[in-house]
Design a protein around this ligand. Structure first.
Ligand code: TRP
Length: 367
């Protein structure tokens, strides 16, 4: 019995890693093609407006988006406001969160002339794709999504209809603008997989001769995951992340109170000294240096000297971002206008795609 169970678990694990490896390979191949011919690619990715962006977001995703934009990829960023209510029951501060995302994108180098920035709730035709798309997946497939499962567990609530089906909604985000590259973290991979399935099934069922949707490739970031300052996963609830928009003083305070250990000699040992390693990793990222080398340099000077180095390097790195951000924040009307224009453009694209979908499904009775 135990053996049987173990065999099943191992099989599940292998299956998962096989599909992960396939996705990783596709990601690398797609990136190679993208470098050769960026103009052929449409990128869509996005964020939930649940708070401010931190250093982890910057190195894990924002930097890559800016690089794609500047390389000439057709870039699109969705602020996923409807995804906020998948696992929480309030939209408090959502307006503030949305506008602050736009500020951080732009301070980081996103140019709204090149990159379309928009929100779910303003694009009716995008949301309407949900209906035909839902018909293309089974309940069992939805229940199998590991990210949905863990989000349900950590929400502590019963599974809502939206939490179960939001991966299909994410397929609407990706497919309405016919994106073929989707930079994401590993946790979003199941959502891109279901998007590929939906695109394939839609084309097979309704658009065999002239397929409408591409099967998009997930682009998996190769940036190392940055630990929070205390060595745990970066999380707002742990208060262990460095916000891009925080002040230099707030950042200094946060680093100062981050826990270390009692050993004076600084060494880079993520397994046995996760807290010290987290500080070294953070300094390594913002300076482009090897954490090991930083550790050797600080050596016997101890945690105080390490923290001082981390504070100076982080604040130095973020100073230009914060300066641009503060300047942009002086004119929030312009930020609202940028969102308005992004939403206008996204609506035009979504209406066009929905018309194609209606056409393919024989649902255009009015012409
Ligand atoms: N689910 C993503 C997150 O975890 C946000 C998101 C919404 C997204 N729609 C998307 C990402 C489409 C990539 C593509 O934050």
């Amino acid at each position: 019995m135990a053996e049987e169970q173990e065999a099943r678990l191992t099989a599940a694990g292998n299956e998962m890693s096989a599909s992960f490896l396939a996705a990783r390979k596709r990601s690398e191949e797609t990136l190679r093609k993208l470098e050769e011919n960026p103009g052929k690619f449409t990128m869509l990715t996005g964020d939930r407006p649940t708070g401010r962006l931190h250093l982890g977001h910057f190195f894990g995703s924002i930097k890559e988006r800016v690089a794609m934009q500047n390389r000439g990829v057709n870039t699109n960023i969705i602020i996923a406001d409807y995804q906020v209510i998948t696992d929480r029951d309030t939209t408090e501060h959502i307006d503030d969160n949305v506008l602050n995302l736009v500020l951080d994108y732009m301070a980081a180098g996103i140019d709204p002339e090149k990159t379309m920035i928009f929100t779910h709730s303003a694009i009716p035709a995008e949301n309407q794709l949900m209906l035909p798309f839902l018909s293309l997946v089974t309940e069992a497939e939805l229940h199998r999504n590991p990210t949905v499962k863990s989000e349900m567990e950590s929400s502590g609530h019963a599974l809502t209809g939206l939490l179960l089906t939001y991966p299909v909604h994410q397929a609407c985000d990706i497919l309405f603008c016919k994106a073929n590259v989707v930079p994401i973290g590993k946790d979003n991979l199941p959502h891109v997989e279901i998007t590929r399935t939906i695109a394939r099934r839609f084309n097979e069922r309704y658009a065999k001769k002239h397929p409408i949707f591409p099967e998009p490739a997930a682009i998996l970031s190769d940036a190392p995951e940055i630990p929070g300052l205390d060595g745990r996963k970066m999380s707002k609830s742990y208060g262990n992340s460095i916000m891009l928009g925080a002040t230099a003083e707030e950042t200094a305070k946060l680093i100062k109170k981050s826990p270390t250990d009692s050993e004076r000699m600084i060494t880079f040992d993520p397994e046995h000294r996760p807290q010290v390693a987290a500080l070294l990793t953070t300094a390594g990222l913002v300076t482009g240096r090897d954490p090991q080398e930083i550790a050797e340099e600080i050596g016997n000077a101890g945690a105080g000297a390490l923290k001082q180095y981390v504070t100076e390097s982080v604040n130095g790195f973020l100073a230009p971002h914060r300066e641009r951000r503060a300047k942009l924040a002086q004119d929030m009307d312009t930020i609202r206008d940028i969102l308005h224009e992004g939403n206008r453009r996204a609506n035009a694209i979504a209406n066009e795609t929905l018309d194609e979908v209606r056409e393919a499904m024989g649902m255009r009775y009015d012409r």
